[in-house]
Design a binder for this molecule. Structure first.
Ligand SMILES: [Zn+2]
Ligand SMILES: [Zn+2]
Length: 114
């Protein structure tokens, strides 16, 4: 009898789980490495700012003269860093996992070169 074929259980996820890569976990102040997300509640302990020159700083390291505290670029635009940023900003941040992936590949190539 073939009526006893076990069927995939409905309700349990049979789909391939996509790794939920939260790039916010990689966002931290460039000066003090304070993480944007602390312990999973999703709220930064202090305001974070994104500079025009693609640097992230926490509120403690914001320069009053609108210069970048990381690379000293003068007269930069600052933008409050929030999790619900509009799409272009989220897209901008995709460079962070890309760089991490590139670093991983570099290590792998190095390892297999011998
Ligand atoms: Zn800081
Ligand atoms: Zn900068």
């Amino acid at each position: 009898m073939n009526g006893d074929v076990s069927q995939p259980q409905q309700g349990s996820s049979t789909q391939a789980q996509e790794p939920t890569f939260d790039f916010w976990e990689f966002v931290a102040c460039s000066k003090c490495n304070l993480p944007f997300v602390s312990d999973g509640n999703g709220q930064p302990s202090v305001p974070f700012w994104l500079t025009e020159c693609c640097h992230v700083v926490c509120n403690s390291h914001l320069n009053a003269d609108q210069s970048c505290p990381v690379c000293q670029a003068p007269g930069i635009e600052l933008m409050p860093l929030q999790k619900d940023l509009p799409a272009p900003m989220s897209d901008w941040f995709s460079y962070i996992p890309y760089r991490l992936d590139a670093m991983g590949q570099a290590i792998r190539v190095r390892h297999s070169s011998r």
